[in-house]
Design a protein around this ligand. Structure first.
Ligand SMILES: Cc1cc2nc3c(=O)[nH]c(=O)nc-3n(C[C@H](O)[C@H](O)[C@H](O)COP(=O)(O)O)c2cc1C
Length: 202
């Protein structure tokens, strides 16, 4: 326990779900919560794609999995190990009742002629997407739902976009699995916050 507000303590990554579907109204409430996040210059450079169909979940898992397969092969990982990793990832993803896929767009962002400022602007958008995802997960915890952020799409935004047939300018960067929590799941204990290491004063 920390001295943080209880609603922050209550959010944990939960990686196992009951098979029950989650209603679309409940999923919309999570997306609305996400959209209250702060964002640069009053923009909302996000698009949230809610994937609750078996076909959609499978398409996304397979599209990202194929890219991961190629990356692992390029790293020299043995083929049977690649098969095991990619199948475990498919099972984990497809076992979640719903996905919320957070995408970034340039909509509302400033355009710069130079690469350094373009990168900084995109970095701001990414920070705001992180804030939106945190809002979404806090809202899920508040509604008694389990959620877990999955890094995969940030490594293969184009493959994730194309797997779902999204517009070219929507680039997936954050995947959140959502469902009713499996009561059997026990996560790792949360380590204490070492303020002395993570915070400095000037
Ligand atoms: C950007 C990001 C990517 C993450 N990717 C994954 C992931 O791919 N798989 C996973 O099981 N958890 C993933 N997590 C969840 C972290 O492992 C988790 O937040 C961390 O262990 C702290 O635990 P807590 O969320 O229960 O407090 C990710 C978290 C963040 C912020």
């Amino acid at each position: 326990m920390t001295h943080a507000p209880a609603f922050l303590e209550a959010r944990r990554s939960i990686r196992a779900f009951l098979p029950e579907p989650i209603g679309r109204a409940a999923l919309d409430r999570l997306v609305e919560a996400a959209c209250l996040a702060p964002a640069p210059h009053h923009s909302r450079p996000w698009r949230f794609v809610v994937v609750d169909s078996t076909a959609g979940k499978r398409a996304l898992a397979r599209g990202m999995g194929e890219r991961w397969r190629r990356d692992l092969a390029g790293d020299g990982v043995a083929p049977d190990r690649i098969d095991a990793l990619v199948s475990a990832s498919h099972a984990k993803l497809e076992g979640a009742p719903a996905f919320v896929l957070g995408c970034l767009t340039w909509d509302g962002l400033d355009r710069y002629p130079d690469e350094a400022r373009r990168r900084a602007e995109w970095g701001m958008a990414l920070l705001s997407l992180g804030a939106a995802v945190e809002n979404l997960m806090l809202a899920a915890a508040d509604a008694g739902l389990a959620s877990c952020w999955v890094a995969a799409p940030i490594f293969c935004p184009e493959e994730a976009r194309d797997a779902l047939g999204l517009p070219r300018e929507w680039l997936p960067h954050a995947l959140v699995l959502v469902g009713q929590p499996d009561p059997e799941y026990t996560g790792r204990p949360r380590p204490p916050v070492p303020l002395g290491e993570l915070r400095d004063w000037r």
